[in-house]
Design a protein around this ligand. Structure first.
Ligand SMILES: [Zn+2]
Length: 112
């Protein structure tokens, strides 16, 4: 059984399966990232799963960074909007901004 390998968690490069000194490895074509080798007793399938779980962790970390950035922008913009004279920004807009910011805060809290 083979599973499709995700892109390299470090550089996004193409993954490759290879044998080194008679041991199975999974690595990246574009950087030095690899798993397996002489010290490893993992099967090809276990190596592929480990590689993909690392890639999923990298995806999750990238998503957290993106959400943090979005929250920062939102809070900066919301601060500006909330400090405008009353009447220039409708309550609906304020409510929507607060809802988005709240949703992002919840997502970040759950990601911890
Ligand atoms: Zn790489």
């Amino acid at each position: 059984m083979t599973i499709e390998l995700k892109p390299c968690p470090f550089c996004g490069g193409d993954p490759v399966e290879f044998t080194y000194s008679g041991s199975d490895c999974v690595g990246c074509k574009d950087c030095i990232a690899y798993l397996g080798g002489e010290e490893s007793d993992l099967t090809r399938l276990q190596l592929a799963e480990a590689w993909n779980s690392r890639a999923e962790l990298a995806d999750a970390q990238a998503e957290i960074a993106r959400l943090r950035g979005a929250l920062e922008v939102l809070e900066t913009d919301a601060h500006f909007i909330f400090n405008n004279p009353p009447g220039e920004t409708s309550q609906d807009v304020r409510d929507v901004i607060e809802w988005f910011a709240g949703s992002i805060r919840v997502a970040l809290e759950q990601a911890k």
